[in-house]
Design a binder for this molecule. Structure first.
Ligand code: FEO
Length: 174
């Protein structure tokens, strides 16, 4: 693999672990607010991000590329409300989308078609990754910090399922 592309692929692997860490920090905030359903939703998101990171890990291995695990930044830890958390989630996912798009553009530039195909899964995935927090923010607009509404949503988010393995592959997906 092209060395610059390999470096940026490794950086994306670390960014996916940062996402997991950020969402774990958000789960901790929800725990402190006694919102077990919101916390559960975030913990499922943590698992999904770890699966994303492992997709990069496995792909780099399959391509006999070097894997360099960098330090994971300290995540945000202060949140002012449920809405604030999901605004930050959406903002973060938009950054991830931009990062994946840049990665795809680089893979195209160096004509690495296998990496382009690999990254297409992430391009599709990011549509859902932005949609999920945007949908929750949409519901929160109706609730506008009313405890009863927040508790109904908390119950709803407690039903989020674990990410599953894609049929016919050993690769984990969402
Ligand atoms: Fe790995 Fe939330 O994107």
């Amino acid at each position: 693999m092209d060395k610059k592309l390999e470096k940026v692929m490794n950086e994306q692997l670390t960014k996916e672990f940062y996402s997991a860490y950020l969402y774990l920090s958000m789960a901790a905030y929800f725990e402190s607010e006694n919102l077990a359903g919101f916390s559960h939703w975030m913990k499922m998101q943590v698992q999904e991000e770890i699966l994303h990171a492992m997709k990069f890990f496995d792909f780099l291995n399959e391509r006999s590329s070097s894997i360099v695990l960098e330090a994971i930044d300290k995540p945000l830890a202060k949140f002012s409300s449920v809405k604030d958390v999901f605004e930050k989630t959406l903002e973060h996912e938009k950054k991830v989308t931009a990062s994946i798009n840049d990665l795809y553009a680089l893979a195209q530039e160096v004509n690495d078609q296998a990496t382009c195909v690999f990254l297409q899964w992430f391009i599709n995935e990011q549509v859902e990754e932005e949609k999920n927090p945007a949908d929750i923010l949409g519901k929160l607009r109706y609730v506008s910090d009313q405890p009863a509404g927040i508790l109904i949503l908390d119950k709803d988010l407690a039903t989020r399922q674990q990410p599953v393995l894609e049929p016919g592959t050993e690769r984990a997906g969402a």
